[in-house]
Design a protein around this ligand. Structure first.
Ligand SMILES: [Zn+2]
Ligand SMILES: [Zn+2]
Length: 362
């Protein structure tokens, strides 16, 4: 695909013939599709690798190891793996990347597979360094494609607990009854909801739509509450929830998000995970927001990409979620499609759950 023109096509690329000693060849099984892919497919985002005009799409991948270099020790042939998306910039003065945290890269010159400056995983096979691959147990074959999007929620929540260590009495797992509000019930919001419920938050998932529908059913099946943003005003939502300790914004800066920014609670944290794309400006009661931020010790932060530990947490949690909510987890994937459907799947304005390109119909 050519980002500048938005020209999507399938191309033949030669295989990488020989592996480096720490490299791994991976056969792609599943690749999830998200809003970022659709933005790139519309030529609104994305940068091809240096010296190349086109960019291979796909960043939410699950694959199987088919060949390993002679010094690879962390994965074996046959293992299921999920590759990291963001890769460090090469600048020695970037302390974050030097510390193996490219998710906090300070230069902006990082690469993201399938998004910025590096080809993605919508290919039959790819070669990668073992350090960027995360092993996934075989029993997660059907949902392993969710590891990457889940890793984003894991990072956000890990950051939340780090930040809230400012409150000396507040610790994860100590029975505090905290209220979380998730804004948006797309896959990002629902995965965030799963993590929040599993961390003990009394969780409300706010979305358009009246329910019952697959999203409201999902929310209720994991013990969260579904709140219709069509039926309830922001004031009603805030009143129903009670003091809002955490807002997990997953709508991409909708007017509702800014309304809730005016209404979250004392010592609360507002987490932005979406990126608004090209949206119209939203009116905000800025004196109210600022007064609350100061007088209520509030904090707004944003979270993007994920660390190695966040991927590991995502793998671990997927196993837990599978045991706790077996049906709900599977329902997050609404369909698997062959690569031939790429024009339709990448161009459509999907209202479904997670849609997946599958290279392995079995
Ligand atoms: Zn994605
Ligand atoms: Zn960097």
């Amino acid at each position: 695909m050519v980002p500048a023109s938005g020209d999507l096509c399938l191309v033949d690329r030669p295989e990488v013939p020989v592996l480096g000693p720490r490299q791994v060849r991976v056969r792609v099984l599943d690749v999830g599709v998200c809003g970022t892919d659709r933005e790139i497919a519309c030529a609104r985002y994305g940068i091809p690798p240096p010296g190349q005009e086109d960019l291979v799409l796909g960043h939410e991948a699950l694959g199987q190891v088919v060949e390993i270099g002679n010094r690879v020790s962390r994965v074996a042939v046959g293992d299921l793996v999920v590759p990291s998306v963001r890769r460090p910039c090469k600048q020695l003065d970037c302390v974050a990347c030097q510390a193996r945290r490219p998710d906090f890269c300070a230069t902006g010159n990082y690469a993201e597979r399938g998004i910025l400056r590096a080809d993605g995983f919508l290919v039959e096979q790819f070669v990668d360094d073992e350090e960027y691959l995360h092993r996934v147990p075989a029993e997660l074959r059907d949902v392993g494609v969710l590891v990457e999007p889940l890793s984003l929620a894991e990072k956000a929540i890990a950051q939340y607990w780090n930040i809230q260590s400012r409150l000396s009495w507040l610790r994860r797992g100590q029975g505090h009854q905290l209220n979380a509000v998730v804004l948006g019930a797309g896959p990002v919001g629902l995965l965030g909801g799963l993590v929040l419920v599993s961390h003990g938050f009394r969780t409300s998932i706010v979305s358009r739509g009246e329910g019952p529908d697959p999203r409201s059913n999902f929310a209720e099946s994991i013990g969260a509450r579904f709140v219709s943003a069509d039926r309830h005003s922001p004031d009603e939502i805030a009143e129903q929830v009670g003091p809002i300790d955490l807002v997990y914004e997953a709508t991409g800066a909708s007017p509702l998000a800014f309304k809730m920014l005016e209404r979250f609670g004392t010592n609360g944290v507002f987490i932005l995970t979406g990126e608004p794309g090209r949206k119209a400006p939203v009116e905000v009661d800025s004196p109210r927001v600022m007064r609350n931020l100061v007088l209520k010790n509030q904090l707004v932060f944003a979270s993007v990409a994920a660390s190695h530990d966040d991927y590991q947490a995502a793998v671990r949690d997927l196993q837990l979620f599978r045991e706790r909510w077996p049906d709900a987890l599977g329902s997050l994937i609404s369909g698997r499609y062959s690569i031939d459907t790429y024009r339709w799947l990448l161009r459509c304005e999907s209202k479904d759950m997670k849609e997946v390109f599958s290279f392995d119909p079995s």
